[in-house]
Design a protein around this ligand. Sequence first.
Ligand SMILES: [Ca+2]
Ligand SMILES: [Ca+2]
Length: 158
Amino acid sequence: MNPVTREPSGYLAREKTVSRCDRNSSISGTTLTVMTSSGWEINELSCYLVVEDVASWTDAKGNCTDLGGVLASITSEDEQAFVSGLLNSSAWIGLSDQKIEGKYIWEDGSPYNYRSWKEGEPNNYYYYITLGVGEDCVEMKKDYDFRWNDELCPAERA
Ligand SMILES: [Ca+2]
Ligand SMILES: [Ca+2]
């Protein structure tokens, strides 16, 4: 056995991911989703879809559900870097503190451990202007090199 010709152990998992992406290639649309149809295994490489529809966070969330997916969670620096490379504009991700201010929850149930906030964020900014309506939904913001920003949930992101 020649160790030089052996494939890296991660290669097959990547191929499976490509197959998944191909199977869902008819889905168009710039909201970021990770497809999680039944049969997909936890801890495998995820298949991402950048949906190019302008939408509020709530609409984006619903659209992802309709596509059989969920607004993406970002749980590592590697994932942050990979997904950033897919984006051309700011995009919603599946993180919000709508229920309890400051308590961030991932839509897919991932633990909120990894954070990639831009320095100074989250600032719940508009809370201080409109007195009661804060920034509760999270985007990967192009102007921040795709680091995270909390934004008003009704804001539309392409
Ligand atoms: Ca908030
Ligand atoms: Ca903010």
